[in-house]
Design a protein around this ligand. Structure first.
Ligand SMILES: Cc1cc2nc3c(=O)[nH]c(=O)nc-3n(C[C@H](O)[C@H](O)[C@H](O)COP(=O)(O)OP(=O)(O)OC[C@H]3O[C@@H](n4cnc5c(N)ncnc54)[C@H](O)[C@@H]3O)c2cc1C
Length: 336
């Protein structure tokens, strides 16, 4: 039995002051990650500060035409919001394809970004894991690695980033707003998630006690024509083997604007900039999509167990872009 102090924060500043002052404390939002890991002895906080009563839920349009989604907004509420569905379908779909209805009703957007990896060695306190215990080793490198990453890996960690919503938000150039002991900060999402390198225990740049207050999505007209394709072992209630968040605008048969990010295949939500750079100005055809996908995956470093993800990611990219291009000038619309 480990005693834990529980308190309910009533204003953001005192929540930040409480957690910042105590290195053994954690925030508690929906609890769908935190409580799991606490029960598994992976996290051992002595204090939990519940942030659900803070005024951090809700979605509002920004004056520029983007959205500001509060950190404690439930995944199900964000997925169902008309402004998310209409303006950013890829985000609505990514949220809806995550977890199960019960979990989505509990889980918050801030917690979703900070959920921990599903690597079975990270979740087994007896197994060496550099992410859980720095310099203890990476069991996945020689162990079971079917679900692990092929992009952005290091010799210290190959765990795949698990969040679906973060993949769509990365494609959308979203940013994370926080409140810390030093005041407010904003992080572009692509800089917020860190590659494992030689310090896989550092997953983001926030200081202990820094509180995510909101996620902001800038106005992105191309996102009105977007989707989230999630390839998984079963049709629901399952993490992605590979996923693609994509938005496409085709003018006179050529690609005028494009946003692409990959999930399930990388150690962080993976902005597929090589795909974007390759395809802008190209004819929207299957052959170009396949070439771009090959370029993106050229730096993949798979293990023998997850080598299938390299081809799967390429096929998923072609399928996602082909689906978006259908009826907008795609020369060969046959599915990948
Ligand atoms: C069975 C199962 C299946 C799942 N499947 C999927 C899936 O397919 N796709 C997917 O994307 N996710 C999936 N998830 C993960 C789920 O989406 C996350 O557990 C959830 O989003 C976390 O949100 P929460 O509010 O419950 O966070 P919590 O568990 O409360 O918190 C998670 C972490 O974030 C910290 N935290 C929370 N809010 C803040 C904040 N505002 N500021 C700073 N720190 C904060 C907490 O201290 C904690 O460390 C699954 C989870 C389970 C249990």
């Amino acid at each position: 039995m480990r005693p834990i102090t529980y308190s309910r924060a009533t204003d953001p500043q005192s929540a930040v002051a409480t957690v910042s002052a105590d290195p053994t404390s954690d925030y508690l939002a929906g609890g769908t990650t935190e409580i799991d890991l606490l029960r598994q002895y992976v996290l051992q906080p002595r204090r939990l500060v519940d942030i659900n009563a803070l005024p951090l839920a809700g979605i509002e349009s920004t004056p520029e035409g983007g959205l500001r989604i509060g950190a404690t907004t439930r995944m199900s509420d964000a997925a169902a919001a008309p402004e998310v569905r209409e303006r950013f379908p890829m985000l609505s779909e990514a949220l809806e394809k995550g977890a199960s209805p019960q979990l989505r009703h509990m889980a918050s957007l801030g917690g979703n970004l900070l959920q921990r990896v599903r690597c079975s060695y990270f979740r087994d306190p007896l197994a060496p894991c550099n992410k859980r215990e720095p310099d203890s080793g990476c069991s996945a490198l020689t162990g079971h690695s079917r679900d692990h990453a092929v992009l952005g890996t290091s010799e210290h960690c190959i765990a795949a980033h698990p969040s679906d919503a973060a993949v769509a938000l990365t494609a959308l150039d979203a940013s994370v707003h926080t409140l810390g002991p030093g005041g407010e900060r904003t992080y572009p999402l692509d800089d917020f998630f860190l590659l494992p390198g030689d310090s896989p225990h550092r997953e983001h740049p926030m200081a202990h006690g820094e509180l995510i207050t909101a996620v902001e999505v800038p106005p992105t007209p191309v996102a009105r024509r977007s989707l989230y394709l999630k390839v998984r072992d079963r049709a629901s209630y399952e993490f992605a083997l590979v996923s693609v968040a994509a938005a496409l605008s085709v003018v006179d048969g050529r690609i005028a604007d494009i946003r692409v990010a990959l999930g399930g295949a990388a150690t962080k939500p993976w902005r597929a900039r090589r795909v974007e750079d390759f395809l802008v100005g190209e004819v929207a055809e299957r052959r170009a999509f396949a070439q771009a996908a090959q370029v993106e995956l050229a730096e993949a470093r798979p293990t023998p167990m997850n080598a299938f993800k390299v081809e799967l990611a390429q096929r998923a990219l072609v399928r996602a872009l082909g689906t978006l291009a259908e009826g907008t000038g795609l020369e060969d619309g046959s599915p990948a």
